[in-house]
Design a protein around this ligand. Sequence first.
Ligand code: CP
Length: 308
Amino acid sequence: MKHLLSPLDLSVNELDELLDLARDISRDPSRYSHCCDGKKLATLFYEPSTRTRLSFEAAMLNLGGSVLGFASADSSSAAKGESVSDTIRIISCYADICAMRHPKEGAPMVAAGKSSIPVINAGDGGHQHPTQTLTDLMTIRELRGSLNDFTIGLCGDLKFGRTVHSLINSLIRYKNIKFILISPKELRVPDYIREDVLNANHVEFEEVEKLEDVMPLLDILYMTRVQRERFFNEDEYLRMKDFYILDPAKMALAKKDMYVLHPLPRVNEISVEVDDDPRAAYFKQAQFGVYVRMALILKLLELDKKEV
Ligand code: CP
């Protein structure tokens, strides 16, 4: 049984194969439109989502399969106290594969331990968001042609932003990547990312507070929102929420070929005036998310080698 619980569940070779498949799908999705005929995807979302849930659903529908699931804990028997372990045993009777988002870190891993179908971690608390990382990697590879040799600035809520943790974990496996971690001191990356991931692997990085100072150095700028739902104190959130706002004046300091990514949703951290800048890649990134999830479903269902 194969699951996707962490971006590191895939080796670099497997990741390359997956991204090649996603690229092939992106060039002609209709060729894949019957690969999952008769298969069912369950989306078990205990936390709100627009992109991840709907792009998973679009991915399975594009492959000819069907979808079922719930979009909030309140609309499932979790509201009556059912455990994740019991829920996944039931879902294993109804579907062939499932994507789970949960506010508790590790919940999809618990589910995988009791599941007889592949489980995909669609975001667990402030921990990991592996399919967003696959989306981010595809976006960088499609835009730059390679996942080696660039400087990436990760900006905003680096403490609670699970997409940042997953992306750092993945990118350290590529050559000559330099990280510039841009955050207020209250929202710096967790110690385990700094020590066990970056320092332990001798990866070049620096931590700064001011975005303007490093804009000219960046090949990729990965903006993130301040994660309101993970703050214990609303006043603290309000103090932090507009710490960074990317606007045309800041974009003018950047390289002509620096791309801006954002996992979305955005709140205020990218001004809408930036949307028309050709370097703004975040809506394209969301489109890549569908192709990469189509490729992932095919791989986990072992349908990726099927003739199309
Ligand atoms: N990027 C992302 O995870 O968006 P959603 O929360 O809308 O799924």
